[in-house]
Design a protein around this ligand. Structure first.
Ligand code: ATP
Length: 269
């Protein structure tokens, strides 16, 4: 597996956060699913979110994607407050995500599924209507070339004309990832990227995520400690909706609050 970026930036100026949650609170009726949670995603950094069952990980992910609107707190993209990142506006903010349910379209090929992910680049409105078919054909060609390049990068180009439902699960997961990458995001949000993968596929995923982090920030929520510990530059740990620790993996692994939270979970199980 590739090495993580060194934490020491060698005196370079601090990187501006690409994405921030500040003191975000989410309540479902009487239950506080997130309580004043803050998280910062930096360019070229892989940020993991972990925590025992029910800790609030999915809720946090859904806030980042705009599926859940916080009751209070702030979301900032490149330093600018965004009241609520609507799911359909994510691409225009330079954010892409994959979900646990892969959401691939039946009836479309792998390549077509990936091309659908490129909303950010799609022209629309009066000008493109005026320019007409020639421009949209050129757009289509460029989009197809970019989609094919992403499929090649992820090693699944041989499946471009296949139907996703005919492919093994690990390949379908890569198709979903390709669809997120085709919009060339600056922030990639991954929900349980390792679920359903065997050891070998998980190692390959780890390598891939490290490679992607050369050109984007990644925030991933996952249960698999091996993956999270080996791939992430920083980890935020949630328990009962609160951040109980945040820092590099080597600190998190020995943090007494984290150890206690996971021991507590084992005891509850
Ligand atoms: N839509 C909802 N309505 C009511 N309660 C909810 C809703 N979504 C989540 N919760 C509750 O909020 C808390 C946090 O749930 P969440 O799914 O975010 O945790 P999680 O860390 O992702 O858990 P898991 O690891 O089990 O998936 C839980 O107590 C859950 O029951």
């Amino acid at each position: 597996m590739r090495h993580r970026h060194p934490v020491d930036t060698g005196g370079a100026p601090p990187r501006q956060p690409l994405f921030e949650l500040r003191d975000v609170t989410v309540r479902f009726g009487g239950l506080t699913a997130l309580s004043a949670v803050s998280l910062t995603a930096l360019p070229r950094e892989v940020h993991g979110v972990i925590g025992p069952n029910g800790a609030g990980k999915t809720t946090l992910f859904n806030v980042c994607c705009g599926f859940v609107r916080p009751d209070s707190g702030e979301i900032r993209v490149r330093g600018e407050p965004v009241s609520h990142p609507r799911p359909h506006r994510l691409a225009s903010l330079g954010i892409a995500r994959t979900l646990q349910g892969l959401g691939l379209f039946r009836g479309l090929t792998v390549l077509e599924n990936v091309m659908v992910g490129a909303d950010r680049f799609r022209r629309s409105g009066f000008l493109s209507a005026l320019l007409g078919l020639r421009r949209s054909t050129a757009d289509e060609r460029a989009l197809r070339a970019r989609s094919e390049a992403v499929l090649r990068e992820l090693g699944i180009h041989d499946h471009a004309t296949a139907s996703p439902e005919a492919l093994p699960y690990p390949v379908r997961k890569r198709v979903a990832l390709a669809r997120a990458l085709v919009s060339e995001p600056e922030l990639l949000l991954l929900d349980e990227p390792a679920s359903g993968l065997g050891h070998e596929d998980m190692d390959e995923l780890g390598d891939l995520v490290r490679t992607l982090s050369d050109r984007m920030a990644v925030v991933l929520v996952d249960h698999h400690m091996d993956l999270v510990m080996s791939v992430c530059d920083r980890i935020t740990v949630l328990d009962f909706g609160k951040v109980i620790a945040s820092g590099p993996p080597e600190e998190i692994a020995t943090d007494p609050a984290v150890v206690a939270a996971y021991l507590g979970e084992e005891a509850r199980a």
